[in-house]
Design a binder for this molecule. Structure first.
Ligand SMILES: [Cu+2]
Length: 164
């Protein structure tokens, strides 16, 4: 009985931690960071929050994750890059509200569409009024909802066990 009690407590603790943690987005989902993917479509309908993470997966040195200004994003210019990586796995944590711009700086890749703009909700973002709770549209929402249900069920089991 002690073991199952500990297990239930562990489950509750891990789901609670998951609920509090930020969402990690795999850019391009299974396709990753490559040419031929519409990243504007990928980003649309997703809600990005401060603390969330973007994970770019790509073939090492075949692409870059280059963060640029809005102007350079539209110009596909990596000449004044804010950051640059070609290591094959680039993690970007969204630390503040606002829009961030990423391009691939390899030959014509950006020009043919390998670029991503992500708007992080919060602050002065007009698309997310203060106090608004994103529901459904965010990629993380179904998982979080499921986590809540499991956490609630586990909490119920914990109470039952405690009563015995
Ligand atoms: Cu590329």
């Amino acid at each position: 009985m002690t073991n199952s009690l500990a297990l239930v407590a562990l489950v509750v603790a891990s789901y609670t931690a998951m609920l509090a943690s930020a969402t990690s987005f795999n850019v391009g989902d299974d396709q990753g960071w490559m040419t031929g993917v519409d990243y504007t479509a990928w980003a649309s309908g997703k809600t990005f929050a401060v603390g969330d993470k973007l994970v770019f997966n790509y073939a090492t040195k075949e692409h870059t994750v280059t963060e640029v200004s809005k102007k350079d994003y539209y110009a596909c210019s990596g000449n004044n890059a804010l950051s640059n990586d070609d290591g094959g796995l680039t993690n970007v944590t969204l630390t503040a509200p606002g829009t961030r711009y990423f391009i691939c700086n390899v030959t014509v890749h950006c020009t043919i569409g390998m670029k991503l703009a992500v708007t992080v909700a919060g602050g002065d973002s007009p698309s997310t009024p203060p106090g608004a709770t994103p529901t459904g549209a965010g990629a993380g929402s179904p998982v979080l909802a499921m986590g809540s249900v499991v956490a609630a069920a586990a909490a119920g089991a914990l109470i039952k066990l405690a009563l015995h």
